[in-house]
Design a protein around this ligand. Structure first.
Ligand SMILES: Cc1cc2nc3c(=O)[nH]c(=O)nc-3n(C[C@H](O)[C@H](O)[C@H](O)COP(=O)(O)OP(=O)(O)OC[C@H]3O[C@@H](n4cnc5c(N)ncnc54)[C@H](O)[C@@H]3O)c2cc1C
Length: 467
């Protein structure tokens, strides 16, 4: 195999989204994945509205939504409902879809760009120099090295890439540990048939929370316990699942089989630098937190959409100065915000009287239009705004432009004048006639808007020099 331009480590939702973005941009990319086979694990069960918009931007939402199980008209904050109907979006709801189905689509779609996924290959070492990165990969045929201009660690919460970089990963340790399992259950009229917002009350203790995934399979979250009572890597045994299913009052679902089970915690940490020379971190490799409100996969996929076009321009040698660094300066604060809100949700779930009082106050605030808008904007990803230095002070600048299609992964100039203003960037920026002038980046965020002033500077800042 000839050396690729980019090695992506990890074929989870983050790595696969990034590989698609790089493939779309024509960048030669290889994905290295430890797992021999695609995981069937449900894990994340939702796409938030902003993730749906970003997949739709590329035309990838429809085939993903075809594999969805349901839509959820609301979001939630520690189980307190959030109304997404107040936003200007085509997707004011969550798409209910197990993570494995999203991954399957993304991995299959890579074939369109000829991007290989080397399954059964584990990254076991890396070194970078001024010209590139050398990765040591151990696979079925033994150890080999791969050389590329850049490497992205999208290898999950226990990222080997992050450890090899020895970059700081500050935050706080786990306090609570819980278990998740996909279960086959015996038919029972009392089993839930619809998805519900999680009660998200750790007082539910071992009884747990069931979500129907179809064909008699249920996702089960259970077993909240102080962290350390059960070792993090201790397998979740069938007996433990049976005991949890049997411990609640009244109805006791009967277990046929455990398809998959694992433990997770509320550890909350974020890497200090997303960009480390030629090695970058994205998704859970860059941030871990309690999976509250359904945000982790969404955060990782949006990291990938932010990074893909910037890395592609850098590899091609067309990136303006400092473009790649904006991946860190834009995404680190967004990740920090999610860590903060998931820690707050964790507090609201503690079974004590003061936390219950706090929960009642927060629920009252979220029932107000402003309270709902603030927190729903955060959890849905719809309120993300990036600083656009040098851009005019215009209400659209920094935010998303809903309802766009940028299927080729290029920028878009909406404006009068037949596209003459962006002619020098025609290979990177599409043009559509419109009354109001707006410049949109390939990730759907507005980087300039106004009446002519500074358009050329904005084009150079985000797309490089003309010609
Ligand atoms: C119980 C639970 C429920 C959740 N629910 C939600 C939810 O509802 N909504 C939501 O948005 N998020 C949810 N999440 C979080 C979500 O699952 C993660 O944020 C998401 O998987 C992160 O994706 P990723 O691609 O960054 O990492 P991962 O999915 O962890 O993928 C990393 C990949 O890298 C591979 N890898 C690791 N090390 C190496 C190596 N050295 N070499 C090669 N390959 C390697 C792994 O095998 C894996 O395939 C939930 C998580 C849990 C545990």
């Amino acid at each position: 195999m000839t050396n690729p331009d980019v090695i992506v480590v990890g074929a989870g939702p983050t790595g696969l989204t990034l590989a698609n973005e790089l493939g779309l941009a024509g960048i030669s990319t290889v994905v290295v994945e430890r797992g021999r086979e695609r995981s069937g694990q449900s894990k994340a069960l939702n796409l938030q509205p902003r993730t749906a918009e970003m997949l739709d931007l590329r035309g990838w939402l429809e085939p993903v939504a075809d594999r969805a199980l349901t839509t959820l008209p609301r979001g939630h904050f520690a189980g307190i409902p959030l109304d997404y109907g107040v936003f200007d979006t085509r997707f004011p709801y969550q798409v209910g879809i197990p993570q494995a189905r999203v991954e399957r689509f993304l991995e299959e779609h890579l074939a369109e760009y000829g991007v290989p996924v080397l399954r059964g290959h584990e990254l076991t070492g890396l070194a970078q120099d001024a010209d590139g990165v050398t990765a040591t990969v151990t696979g079925p045929a033994g150890e080999r090295t791969l050389r590329a201009a850049y490497l992205v660690g999208a290898d999950g919460g226990r990222s080997r890439v992050r450890k090899e970089l020895a970059v700081g990963f500050p935050g706080r340790d786990a306090r609570v540990s819980m278990a998740v399992a996909d279960l086959e259950l015996e038919d029972d009229p009392e089993l839930p048939t619809e998805w519900q917002l999680p009660s998200f009350d750790m007082e539910q203790g071992p009884t747990g929370f069931l979500t129907p995934l179809g064909d008699g399979v249920f996702r089960y979250i259970f077993g909240a316990a102080p962290h350390g009572e059960v070792p993090r890597d201790a397998p979740v045994g069938e007996a433990e699942v049976r005991a949890a299913l049997g411990s609640g009052p009244g109805f006791h679902p009967r277990l046929r089989a455990v398809r998959w089970a694992s433990r997770f915690t509320d550890a909350s940490r974020q890497v200090e630098r997303y960009v480390n020379g030629r090695v970058l971190l994205a998704g859970d490799a860059a941030h871990v937190h309690l999976p509250a409100g359904g945000q982790g996969l969404n955060l990782g996929v949006q990291d990938a959409f932010n990074l893909g076009w910037k890395l592609a321009a850098t590899v091609r040698g067309r990136a303006p100065e400092g473009l790649l660094d904006t991946y860190h300066s834009e995404r680190h604060p967004v990740g920090a915000g999610v860590l903060e809100n998931t820690r707050a949700q964790g507090v609201l779930a503690i079974p004590d009287d003061d936390a219950r009082a706090m929960r009642a106050v927060v629920a009252a605030l979220l029932a107000t239009p402003d309270g709902n808008r603030l927190i729903a904007g955060m959890v849905s990803g719809l309120d993300i705004r990036y600083p656009m230095p040098g851009a005019p002070d215009h209400p659209l600048v920094g935010g998303r432009l809903p309802g766009l299609r940028l299927r080729e992964g290029r920028g878009l100039y909406l404006g009068p004048g037949g596209g003459g203003a962006v002619r020098g960037w025609a290979d990177r920026v599409e043009h559509e006639d419109a009354a109001e002038a707006v410049l949109v980046r390939p990730d759907g965020y507005v980087c300039w808007a106004g009446a002519g002033d500074g358009l050329e500077a904005a084009l150079e800042r985000w797309f490089g020099v003309a010609g």
